[in-house]
Design a protein around this ligand. Sequence first.
Ligand code: SAH
Length: 232
Amino acid sequence: MDILEFKEAILKLGLDVSEDKLNKLERYYELLIIWNQKINLTAITEKKQVYLKHFYDSLTLVKAIDLNKVNSLCDLGTGAGFPGVVLKIFFPNLKLTLVDALSKRIKFLEVLVKELNLEDVDLVHMRAEEYGRLYRECFDVVTARALTSFSVLLEFSASLLKINGHLIAMRGLNDSASGLSALKVLNLKINNIVCFELPGGGGQRTLIDVQKISKTSLKYPRRYAEIKKKSL
Ligand code: SAH
């Protein structure tokens, strides 16, 4: 997807494009490529592919939720900042928290956030399940792209959400059936499922919108060893 195609595609998503936002993405791309030579951030490096599979794909979250109305958003297993940083560029209103278990990726994000002059961004070097044990009922929205199985992601996210808050899980194929028993235990429900194809044969995508109905038991999330032994 070249820049022109990118602009057209995000207009179709109902988003505003400005020179400032496009410049920030350009700088994001440059830094991603430079840092990717030193630390492993992404296998996708060709510019058109980054614009499609990282930048545009991150923004498709708006197909599931109106981020103008959202205050706090937490991106679990954000890696090189997808989708969290891209969303922040387009929705500067967001109070953003980025969580990743790898310190090198958090280092990259520190530099990126500074270079792009993004405000109100918290960077957390922690495992999602540890973070979820400490910070309960803090976020309007939790999201994660390409992180773990659906049922484990439910366990990572439930405690972090405020009551009525939404997890938007960004998945390839729809694997929501694998989380049905976890939903019940964690007091969550599936609100909506959005399926679509990325343009240009980029593959199938599914956004699973999960809503928190009531408080999460203090038992969850469990420690990783227990989660691995038996999923909910
Ligand atoms: N969301 C990004 C990265 C996906 S790769 C994208 O879509 O491009 C998964 C990322 O999650 C990696 O950066 C890895 O370090 C991180 N990760 C894996 N398990 C984690 C856990 N339990 N808690 C926090 N981060 C985790």
